[in-house]
Design a protein around this ligand. Sequence first.
Ligand code: NAD
Ligand code: GLY
Length: 359
Amino acid sequence: MQTLTVELEDRSYPINIGAGLLRQHSLLQAALPAREILLVSNTTVAPLYAPAVRAALADRRIVEVIMPDGEQHKTLATAGRVFDVLVANRFGRDALVLALGGGVVGDLAGFVAACYQRGVDFVQVPTTLLAQVDSSVGGKTAVNHPGGKNLIGAFHQPREVLTDTDVLQSLPERELQAGLAEIIKYGMICDLAFFEWLERNIDALRKLDPIALAYAIFRSCQIKAQIVGRDEREHGERALLNLGHTFGHAIEAATGYTEWLHGEAVGVGLLIAAGLSQRMGKLSTTDLARVESLLGRAGLRTEAPQIGAARAAAFMSVDKKVKQGRVRLVLLAGLGGAYISGDYADDALEETLRERFGA
Ligand code: NAD
Ligand code: GLY
């Protein structure tokens, strides 16, 4: 097992990563010291992995909320049902919320934990690759609103993240590939050597090689933990973690959040961000081709849907990074050299959007 710490003074917490961690009762018992635990999972994950949690915590009172599977259930209505269960079971401020699932379960359970009695402890046991390398770390919790994704939320850090790489064995391949996009993102943001490692090991990752997986998850979490430790509330540097996301969100929104997985849209978004950087003379043509090749080898789509440049721009204009009416973009000054700026050439952006999304 490898352990990392997210350094946030008195809210610092460990991320434990390894194979078979859910089978180690002592680890779960140490991560979940409360007597009363609310387990939040979904109808897909609970049958697979809740038995291991129940077995490890046989001496505790565990109340379970098993939500339906899907992003469409990451809502205030579902959160309301979880609050109802907490209240009905008279959970106090010493309650602990355990999120067992992917990013949907983690975001919703974390949001409930942030709000219930003004904040109770929560622990993340992420079960998708995307959740293991991104959503379980950093304390962003949220539910969706009909007006937009993640509009209702709070920063609330978990007290521990327990990442068992064995659970990825049951993950559908498409979900694995979506997680690979976020891993590639970290290399592109700030670690050329990691990007090069991914070029050498992408096939091993797709085959779920345990050593390669453990390293990719560890390095991704390490990069995210360092950035979150310096800028927890996204006043600056943390926005770099959104590389590719402004374009990706436009794809998700224009296609109704059903056709594209978040990670798939981010993958194409990474390519568009790289393409714009190349058009601006900040990234070489060779490096742009390397990005496209790695995404393709990860099994990800590299063609954006033909939603039209104007429509893409309209969705981009409601991005959370808009400042004084101008979308700030995460761009690349070389692989591993991401920066955020509103100072880019409008014609380069327009040409890039037309090239990728159609006129
Ligand atoms: P998800 O939670 O919907 O999981 C994807 C699918 O995999 C679901 O059908 C799920 O039931 C299934 N699944 C999960 N684990 C499994 C396993 N081990 N075996 C078999 N099936 C399994 O999607 P996701 O990609 O994990 O997360 C996406 C969500 O995360 C979005 O809501 C996004 O907004 C959020 N997110 C949050 C952050 C953050 O910082 N908080 C960062 C990135 C994404
Ligand atoms: N997923 C981006 C962030 O946590 O800031």
